[in-house]
Design a protein around this ligand. Structure first.
Ligand code: PHE
Length: 345
């Protein structure tokens, strides 16, 4: 077989190229065109060819090389396209499939009530201050006129951290912290302070060892019990709607004098309602700030007076939504929580 024939024979590889995969193509390329490849080896024999023939053989070899290269290129492109198409096919997304629904959270019912009360008092010019749940004995008790041996401390069975530090039993602890810093030349003191408080109660339908309170405090010249009553009526009207009566009963707290407990009527009341038809529910404690409490925070009780109240938003929510077990608020059971997606007015 002469050289020309041998070179022509290299073209026999073409059908092989046309059905090769990428790996096989690479092998064929080096087998045919590589440094030690078939065509290269054949061309090394060119110097033995007759000088007249050499040009012809050389250009034939180039033609064959170009053709093989072209065939490899065509096949490579076709294979690459195939791979892309395959991937597109595999990764096809059905845009008509229904998507995954994300569950949206919402505010806890107690947070809703708290926000509602905050908004109301902010609209009346009060500031909102948040204290710490870990409080000193001094602010929680002593500055509220409850010295260490005071019997009324038993009313609020306390979780102590050490002898001077405790989980606050009442948001009243914020009263002294705010009073001692207030600058009366800038106007009256009006604040509410919402937050969690803790007591060593046994949990049952109406008791929880943790619950919320919202403290209210107003101090200025000439503040009277009538201001307190008007403020509380405004709160009840706004929260439960018009028509619910409030009743003040004498009570005792060491930090207020006089002290009152406030009941609200469950049912709506008008001039034709008989007293015996009214159902009362106790909702908060309040009173006129005790002169001693004012003095301990550096406020002259001959010049200034004030009222304070402490209400339980848990209680309010229970009345408003007819919830019969306070523990529901703290169990994180979605079947309960999701019933309060929006504030119902
Ligand atoms: N701190 C009192 C309690 O927890 C409530 C209260 C607040 C009473 C303010 C009077 C004035 O029971």
């Amino acid at each position: 077989m002469d050289l020309i024939e041998k070179i022509e024979n290299v073209k026999n590889k073409i059908p092989e190229i046309q059905s090769a995969n990428l790996e096989e193509l690479e092998k064929i390329r080096s087998l045919v065109l590589g440094k030690k490849g078939e065509l290269t080896t054949l061309l090394r024999g060119l110097k033995e060819v007759d000088e007249k023939e050499r040009g012809k053989v050389g250009s034939l070899a180039n033609l064959v090389r170009t053709e093989i290269e072209e065939q490899i290129q065509v096949r490579t492109k076709a294979l690459q396209k195939e791979i892309i198409n395959q991937r597109l096919e595999n990764e096809k997304i059905d845009v008509t499939l229904p998507g995954t629904k994300h569950r949206l959270g919402h505010m806890h019912v107690l947070q809703q009530i708290q926000n509602e009360i905050e908004d109301l008092f902010i609209s009346q010019g009060y500031r909102v201050v948040y204290g710490n749940e870990i409080e000193s004995d001094e602010y929680n008790f002593e500055r509220m006129n409850l010295p260490k041996d005071h019997p009324a401390r038993d009313m609020q069975d306390t979780f102590y951290i050490d002898s001077e530090t405790l989980l606050r039993t009442q948001t009243s602890a914020m009263q002294a912290r705010i009073m001692e810093k207030h600058d009366f030349s800038k106007g009256p003191l009006k604040m509410i302070s919402p937050g969690l408080v803790y007591r060593r109660d046994d949990d049952d339908t109406s008791h929880s060892h943790q619950f919320h309170q919202i403290e209210g405090l107003v101090i200025d010249k000439n503040i009277t019990l009538a201001d307190l009553k008007g403020t509380l009526q405004m709160l009840i009207d706004s929260l439960f709607g018009q028509g619910h009566a409030i009743r003040l009963r004498p009570s005792y707290f060491p930090f207020t004098e006089p002290s009152i407990e406030v009941d609200v009527s469950w049912n709506k009341v008008d001039s034709s309602t008989e007293d015996s038809d009214i159902q009362w529910i106790e909702v908060l404690g309040a009173g006129m700030v005790h002169p001693k409490v004012l003095e301990m925070s550096g406020i002259d009780h001959n010049e200034y007076s004030g009222f304070a109240f402490g209400l339980g938003p848990d209680r309010f929510a229970m009345i408003k939504y007819e919830i019969d077990d306070i523990r529901n608020f703290y169990l994180n059971d979605l079947r309960f929580i999701e019933q309060f997606k929006q504030v119902k007015k």
